[in-house]
Each structure stands twice: as C-alpha cells, then as structure tokens.
Design a protein around this ligand. Structure first.
Ligand code: SF4
Length: 84
C-alpha cells in the first residue's frame, strides 16, 4: 500500500461502469456516460487526477485492474513510478 495519484485517461474511457461499481466512494458515472473521479482536478488534456492515501490504494487498484481499456493509472507519490 502506498500514497498514490490516480490518473484517469478520461477521453479513452468506454463507460463500462466497472470502476464506479467497485469503488463508488471514488468513482461515479458522468452524464456523458464516462466515469469521473470524485473531487478530481482535470488536466488540459481531459485527464482526471486525484491524490489518495495508502488506505485507499487497494480499492482503487482493484478498479484499475478491472478497467477493460486500461485507462486508470496509479502513480507512486514517493517514487513517481507508474504502478499500473
Ligand atoms: S472501468 Fe475504465 S472504461 Fe470502465 S468506466 Fe471505469 S475508467 Fe471507464
């Protein structure tokens, strides 16, 4: 478990709903059919980013693992290494 940043390549989300089903405290489905991270900041490219604590890592890793198009990434805050 680690402090991490979630990075969501929202433009390439296909709206399957898996992330919102697995981690509804962090993810919800937007009105355009794609998912959103709650209280995330949005980059100019349309990606969403949110810093999370280590206690919330495993749940969001499950969401990332379940994403069929691999548009959910987790980056280790300490090392900057992309975990998924
Ligand atoms: S699991 Fe992936 S494709 Fe499905 S809604 Fe979430 S981010 Fe989009």
């Amino acid at each position: 478990m680690t402090d991490a940043t979630i990075k969501h390549d929202r433009p390439n989300c296909i709206g399957c709903g898996a992330c919102a089903a697995i981690a509804p405290d962090f993810w919800y489905m937007g009105e355009d059919g794609k998912s959103d991270i709650k209280e995330a900041k949005t980059t100019p490219e349309g990606w969403e980013e949110l810093d999370i604590e280590s206690k919330d890592f495993d749940l969001n890793k499950q969401a990332a693992d379940a994403c069929p198009v691999n548009v959910i990434h987790l980056v280790d805050k300490k090392t900057g290494q992309q975990i998924i």
